[in-house]
Design a binder for this molecule. Structure first.
Ligand SMILES: *[C@@H]1O[C@H](CO)[C@@H](O)[C@H](O)[C@H]1NC(C)=O
Ligand SMILES: *[C@@H]1O[C@H](CO)[C@@H](O)[C@H](O)[C@H]1NC(C)=O
Length: 331
């Protein structure tokens, strides 16, 4: 029998079914690792999965450094974490991922004042930033989501190595799969003509975002190679689709659609942070490096993500965009 209301009911049933499936599929970090005596840095820690990650580390007894851009939001997050975990060893330091100088200032402060770095979580990221140039002359999405993390990791690496066994965790995104990365165009400013679609600007944003997230993955595999034998591991993960403020700058109708779907189907920040926490803390992952994780499980690197030649070329391009000094390069 076919009628409109039956169709409507099937629609609802399918919607509820999907929701239940997604809830059941979510895995939990399952790690009981204690982090007393360890220091962890989480970038973008004032909101979303970064906040939950920092909260989790603090509840494990770590010294936690919240790397944030906005002082009021950072203070607020610090206060909430200390209140909830009763761990007073939570501080914040300001860093603006749109500025290489700011990243350098942050790293200098950490290197001068912190004894150790056991965990670095490169979590900060944003979508919908538009087609702007940073003060360093780079495309803003690439710089915020990748170049800054690339630079920060380089600058902190000597201390991370001294603290080994230590872990670097890069938060990428499933959006990396949409990337059609060409290294020469990594820092290109897309024009409408490059994007034959009726939502040009948003599509350009999506492409830049996807490129930056693929760059996170390629960086991870190449860094793991360069760090082999050092007892510093580096892994990358897809947190899943999450209700965060990451799309807060996406314009108009697209935002309304994303918001509506997000409210229905996306993970909460608590659910989304599980894989980051798992990769950063689980004892099962000692010595595991250069791998990609999703939903608290290692998954295979797909297609371009396992292209080591592309990874090397992207690396060289990023050294240039991050304006690295030759003494700072990782051989
Ligand atoms: C991670 O797993 C541990 C152990 O199951 C749990 O105590 C902790 O609350 C989890 N963290 C989060 C943020 O859910
Ligand atoms: C998208 O770009 C094409 C080619 O430049 C242009 O013809 C079209 O009008 C643009 N669409 C929108 C919605 O801006």
């Amino acid at each position: 029998m076919f009628c409109c209301s039956c169709l409507f009911i099937w629609f609802i049933v399918a919607g509820i079914g999907l929701k239940i499936y997604l809830k059941l599929r979510n895995r939990h970090n399952g790690s009981y690792t204690c982090l007393v005596g360890k220091t962890a840095i989480v970038t973008g820690a004032n909101t979303g999965i970064g906040y939950i990650t920092a909260l989790d580390f603090a509840s494990r007894g770590a010294r936690v450094i919240l790397a944030c851009r906005n002082e009021n939001k950072a203070k607020d997050a610090q206060w909430k974490i200390i209140k909830e975990t009763k761990n007073p060893n939570v501080i914040y330091k300001l860093v603006d991922m749109t500025s290489l100088e700011s990243v350098r200032g942050f790293a200098k402060d950490i290197n001068a004042n912190e004894e150790r770095i056991d965990i670095l979580v490169n979590n900060a990221g944003a979508g919908g930033l538009g087609n702007h140039k940073t003060i360093d002359g780079n495309q803003i999405t690439i710089q915020v989501n990748h170049i800054s993390a690339f630079l920060l990791t380089h600058l902190l690496l000597p201390k991370i190595k001294k603290s080994a066994p230590s872990r670097i965790v890069n938060v990428a995104s499933i959006a990396a799969r949409l990337s059609k990365l060409e290294v020469e165009k990594l820092n290109d400013f897309p024009t409408d003509n490059d994007f034959p679609t009726d939502v040009n600007a948003s599509w350009a944003d999506t492409q830049m975002y996807a490129n930056s997230k693929l760059a996170n993955i390629l960086f991870t595999t190449e860094l793991a190679t360069r760090l082999s034998g050092s007892d510093v591991t580096v892994n990358v993960l897809h947190p899943g689709a999450i209700k965060t403020e990451i799309f807060r700058r996406v314009p108009g109708i697209l935002k309304i659609i994303i918001d509506a779907l997000a409210n229905l189907y996306f993970k909460t920040p608590e659910e989304g942070a599980q894989t980051t926490i798992y990769v950063a803390t689980s004892n099962d992952l000692q010595g595991v490096t250069g791998k990609l994780f999703d939903n608290c499980k290692q998954i295979e690197l797909y297609g371009v993500a396992q292209n080591s030649d592309l990874a090397k070329k992207t690396w060289t391009k990023c050294e240039e965009l991050a304006k690295l000094k030759s003494t700072e390069k990782i051989k």
